[in-house]
Design a protein around this ligand. Structure first.
Ligand SMILES: Nc1ncnc2c1ncn2[C@@H]1O[C@H](COP(=O)(O)OP(=O)(O)OP(=O)(O)O)[C@@H](O)[C@H]1O
Length: 309
């Protein structure tokens, strides 16, 4: 694994990853491209402060992994609580985020802390913060600034100490200009800004990430570790990766599953424009043949023989 990684800070492994609440995938951060290495320095600097952080980056670039790293390096003892703002229920968003008191709703026999309260002493990661309803944006800012939260139906505020790390795939400055995002919350978040470039803008990360994922999946699936052939490496480097690191991870996972030898070829990557994989059409043809009667099968086989398939 990581045969081509240069020595030094390129792979940051999490020693206690198995014991931590981090996802099974998040066992390391691969930073090889000069832009990623610069980012690594900014992450270290911001993690040591108590500043809120806004991570801007396309979907699948690794924003959540970066947010987890900020929490890890901050030394905050509480939980890392991750929430996608687009997944909040339109009806219950306030109670989901800020919690509720006993009896706030019919049948609510106990109080709940909500996502915000659950991150007390830790870090609240709000993905796609631009999707947070405008009314809640003001309440979020008030809770962060006063370090108190008023649960739905409560008479008294509850003290909370939460560090916010937010992420957005859209330009929040434009959302502010369009009246869709609170300017005050934007200014609050803008104190700690991290730009996570798209994978195509940090090409030096592509092969190290691919090798890292190959090693992770080979180990997890108990498979021998193949190598990326020179042409496959070129295909990986040439692809534009619209789905960023998440897309690369699934391409590598797929390649490992369909590669039968010890070398991954461009066809195994199944990238648009790459050589057509040899296994898929054959499988489809075999399936089709099995469904036909003897006469149809003979006709199709004759046709295939003519076309050379
Ligand atoms: N530098 C990296 N090193 C190792 N793995 C990475 C790196 N960046 C991203 N990944 C992996 O890529 C996948 C996508 O990352 P993540 O979920 O953090 O992206 P995201 O930007 O938060 O995506 P979304 O915007 O869709 O929520 C995850 O499996 C993550 O572990």
């Amino acid at each position: 694994m990581n045969r081509h990684l240069p020595p030094g800070q390129s792979l940051l492994t999490f020693p206690d990853a198995d014991k931590s609440p981090l996802s099974i995938r998040a066992k390391a951060l691969v930073f090889v491209d000069p832009r990623s290495r610069r980012l690594r320095g900014e992450v270290e600097r911001l993690a040591a402060t108590d500043l809120p952080v806004l991570i801007r980056g396309e979907s699948g670039t690794g924003k959540e992994l970066l947010a987890r790293q900020i929490h890890r390096e901050s030394g905050r003892g509480g939980l890392f609580v991750a929430l996608n703002c687009g997944a909040l229920s339109p009806t219950w968003a306030e109670a989901e985020l800020f919690g509720h008191a006993v009896g706030a709703y019919a049948g609510s026999a106990c109080s709940r802390a909500g996502w915000f309260g659950s991150a007390n002493g830790g870090t609240l990661y709000l993905d796609e913060i631009g999707d947070l309803p405008l009314g809640l944006q003001g309440k979020l800012l008030a809770a962060l600034e006063t370090r108190e939260v008023l649960r739905v139906g409560a008479q008294q505020p509850t003290p909370v100490d939460v560090r916010l790390v937010a992420a957005s795939s859209v330009d929040l400055a434009q959302a502010v200009a369009a009246g869709k995002f609170s300017e005050r919350l934007y200014r609050y978040l803008d104190e700690g800004r991290l730009e996570l470039p798209a994978l195509r803008e940090r090409p030096g990360d592509i092969l190290p990430l691919a090798e890292y994922f190959l090693g992770v999946y080979a180990q997890r699936l108990g498979l021998d570790l193949p190598q990326f052939g020179a042409e496959a490496q070129l295909a990986l480097e040439r692809h534009a990766w619209p789905g960023n690191t998440r897309e690369l991870e699934s391409v590598v996972h797929f390649a490992l599953l369909v590669c039968s030898g010890d070398e991954i070829l461009p066809a195994h990557l199944n990238l648009p424009g790459a050589a057509a994989p040899s296994y898929a059409p054959l499988t489809i043809i075999e399936e089709q043949l099995a469904r036909l009667d003897a006469r149809e099968r003979a006709q199709l086989q004759a046709l295939l023989a003519q076309t050379g398939a």
